[in-house]
Design a protein around this ligand. Structure first.
Ligand code: COA
Length: 336
């Protein structure tokens, strides 16, 4: 059995910055409300005319991760792409990365686990490397939310939260006794599927029917979120799954050098930090700049943490996520 490690991290965010004040010009909201409830000050919106799709942003993040991993794109054995906002309904964006990178005919897998998608993808990659099947896997999380949000006052409870961007990591076989990924943990509770969901179009409410009805009251093609309900479940599940990772490895909260939570909401992050008795320097937050970028949020945060020198050899890093499904997941890793 082999071990795996993260050998490179990268991210790409669109240039266009959209502040809370910018949003307040088109919908009935304001900077004070958004800042107080979510901590978000601004987010990035992709430029569709310039071709900034999830796969394109993901490829750019991947190129940086490959450079930092110091390996050639031709050494990648497999691609995993986590997103809830793929370029197309099908095929998924993994194959587009294979094409855009211009690499061989390797496998490309798409992961549909929303905010937990990156950690789920990490777990899948870890298993492939542990068994010896693959040596280097490219894992991408990328989202383009801006094109699908209800940018009217009606959608303000959801639309102010989400942003666009991409992050990527290269996961490689660990050498010489390096520890790398220590464990991963995944959970789901499908009875709450509709509490945070985008329901249409779907196989029983298909595009011709939607067009025929042309019903202005049909909001099923915008994301729905039961905000309070999600918040209450998130704070419980985040701390549970972090504890699970710690217990599995006989570690305690004080051993964590950096917790990189999915950037759902600054208040959720602060709640978990307080509940678990963690110091400010143990928790990484960058939601202020990017909003919630779903599957992209953890790899974007990891890439920024790496740039800030906070991912140093020997550090114990915990990743944790919660989101639509509901799904939640964590990973504990020793940086190398
Ligand atoms: N700007 C201004 N006012 C807004 C608003 C906005 N963008 N969105 C909602 N409001 C208003 C509501 O209409 C409501 O007004 P009312 O009291 O007159 O009816 C009031 O603010 C409170 O709305 P509510 O939805 O109860 O707010 P909240 O305190 O629950 O905060 C969230 C809303 C979404 C910020 C909060 O529920 C949350 O953070 N949930 C978790 C979301 C999350 O993390 N999702 C991602 C999980 S991966």
């Amino acid at each position: 059995m082999y071990s795996s490690k993260i050998s490179g991290v990268g991210h790409y965010v669109p240039e266009r910055v959209v502040t809370n004040d910018d949003l307040s010009k088109i919908i009935d909201t304001n900077d004070a409300w958004i800042t107080e409830r979510t901590g978000i000050k601004e987010r990035r919106f992709a430029d569709l005319e310039a071709g900034e799709t999830p796969s394109v942003m993901g490829t750019k993040a991947a190129e940086l991760a490959l450079k930092r991993a110091n390996i050639s794109k031709h050494d990648i054995d497999f691609i995993i792409f986590a997103t809830l906002s793929p370029d197309y309904y099908f095929p998924g964006p993994g194959v587009m990365v294979q094409d855009q990178l211009g690499i061989g005919e390797i496998g490309a897998l798409d992961v549909r686990n929303q905010c937990s998608g990156f950690v789920y993808g990490l777990s899948v990659a870890d298993q492939f490397i542990k068994t010896g099947m693959y040596k280097n896997i490219l894992l991408i999380g990328a989202e383009l939310h801006s094109g699908g949000l209800d940018m009217t006052s009606r959608g303000r409870g959801v639309s102010v939260i989400f942003g666009d961007g991409a992050g990527a990591v290269v996961i490689s076989r660990a050498e010489n006794g390096e520890e790398g990924i220590l464990s991963t943990h995944m959970h789901s509770e499908g009875k709450y599927a509709k509490e945070l969901a985008l329901l249409s179009p779907n196989t029983s409410h298909w595009v011709p029917e939607i067009m025929q009805k042309n019903d202005p009251e049909d909001l099923s093609y915008y994301p729905y979120m039961n905000g309070n309900f999600v918040f209450k479940h998130a704070v419980v599940r985040f701390s549970e799954v972090i504890e699970e990772a710690l217990q599995t490895n006989n570690c305690s909260v004080s051993d964590i050098d950096l917790l990189i939570p999915h950037q759902a909401n600054l208040r959720i992050s602060q709640f978990i930090q307080k509940k678990m008795g963690m110091r400010d320097d143990q928790v990484f937050n960058n939601i202020m700049k990017y909003g919630n970028t779903t599957a992209a949020s953890i790899p974007i945060a990891m890439s920024e943490a790496w740039e800030e020198g906070r991912l140093q050899p020997g550090k114990l890093i915990c990743l944790a996520a919660f989101g639509s499904g509901f799904t939640w997941a964590s990973a504990l890793l020793r940086w190398h």
